[in-house]
Design a binder for this molecule. Sequence first.
Ligand SMILES: Nc1nc2c(ncn2[C@@H]2O[C@H](COP(=O)(O)OP(=O)(O)OP(=O)(O)O)[C@@H](O)[C@H]2O)c(=O)[nH]1
Ligand SMILES: [Mg+2]
Length: 320
Amino acid sequence: MIILIFEKLPTVLTAEELIDKAFKKASRTGRGKGVRIKAAESMVMTASNIISDNLLNNVRRFPNFDDMPQFYRELADILVGIDQLKMSLSSLHWASTKVKTLSRSYIGELRKDKNFAIIRKQAFGRIASIVREIDSDLKFLNEARDKLRKLPAVADIPTIIVAGYPNVGKSSFVAWISSAKPQISTYPFTTKGVLIGHFTHDRVEYQVIDTPGLLDRPLSERNRIELQAISALKHLGDVVLFILDPSETCGYLIDAQKRLLAEIEKELKIPIVVVTNKGDLKEVDADMSTKTGEGVAEIKAQLIEILLKRPRAQVSSHTS
Ligand SMILES: Nc1nc2c(ncn2[C@@H]2O[C@H](COP(=O)(O)OP(=O)(O)OP(=O)(O)O)[C@@H](O)[C@H]2O)c(=O)[nH]1
Ligand SMILES: [Mg+2]
């Protein structure tokens, strides 16, 4: 079961695009009607329906931020700001209702007055100005949609997060323990692709997530936004596998690697399994080698044992 909360968000039209779409359609339906009052009525009705349905549809398609998994909520908040999102969505809701009531009252007018064309034009003018009033909200929501859609698709299953300095063998580990070819996803706040692998043990499915660019250098070097993105990971992972490279062929001294480990322990506060890697190298005594695969199965078993004992973190509630 993969969570893809934001994937199906539709494009949000700008005010001008929406007005254009609605009025074009309205004049087409108007043309078909012989009687002038009928034509004017159906034009107002069509334009108003298209606009208010489109706005309401945008509101409905955005997920409810209050019962969204914490991991996504925090990321959404960093990426676009949930308060602003809520405000813009409620502006759309307001405009949708306003356009509806306005068109109803103009249709009432049309039935009383003979100046169909004038009243119809007035109605269109008022409808358009309501839509233009929320143009900045529409634009904001469309940008938000573009950003949110890029969030990685993570599953609501027990999750291992792999951390450690660059080149210690994180991706190699994910590749070893996940059967299928791991998928590469993007995570905002890092330019590197996030590797997500899956495996099954005793009919339970597990997920392993590599975190290049995030949990691979001192937190003191991070800006506020990166720190928030890192912090969100604690809602996703049930256990962290921290890989140390005692050979230092990764390019980082073991002391620096251990300092990073201490920082991550403090920040995430979820169980951490620490392993040493590159045991195939002559000068190194290590728990495993992600080059030869030696010791990898034992580490995997240890992780599964921890996951079985641990109550599931909440990546749940909203799934699709
Ligand atoms: N000798 C040896 N080399 C290894 C081992 N595991 C990985 N390497 C090598 O180390 C390099 C980095 O491995 P990756 O698995 O890409 O490391 P990573 O931690 O994902 O690196 P980043 O994605 O840059 O953070 C590659 O050249 C691997 O071939 C190992 O157990 N022994
Ligand atoms: Mg990697």
